[in-house]
Design a binder for this molecule. Sequence first.
Ligand SMILES: [Zn+2]
Length: 193
Amino acid sequence: MSKIVDDVIAANKKYASSFGAKKELALPPARGFAILTCMDARLDPAKYAGLAEGDAHVIRNAGGRASDDAIRSLVISHKLLGTREWFVIHHSNCGMELFTDDVIGDLLEDNLDTAHFDGKAWSNPKHGGGASAGQFIKWLTIKNQRSSVVDDVRRIREHALVPGHIPIYGYVYEVHSGELVEVKEATLAGLPR
Ligand SMILES: [Zn+2]
């Protein structure tokens, strides 16, 4: 087994050994809200938003974007599990700002292994064996964090399956300070109707 698996399983044994009262947690999130945020490893929503197990739904993907699948989760979060307020939280220095659909499509078409970023451009250390499937995907890259938060809050607000009474708040998490900075225009776009 890999070292990564060994480390994860060892950490889990420790966690489960003091699981205690968490075995009594209910399925619906106790504090009644959901967060859509980026998968970036520097972000820990439990810490930056003060969550304990059982408190809230956290939906994560690359960029924290309001993809069809993120909206699927949010709709389930409200319709079946009772959340009443939602946050969209993108962040500074997001990897989604560092490429375009063309860039990742071309990189993948050439080769599937991890590409190299020199601070300006991406390149493949190896060539061959790629696939063109990436050219057909909308990767939901980001040009500007604040406008991506506004776009995503607006998209969720306007979705036919999202009830008008749910407030949707927009924030940018600052990776250099740990602070959540409100994007007022997004929160305005997410006001209940
Ligand atoms: Zn990110």
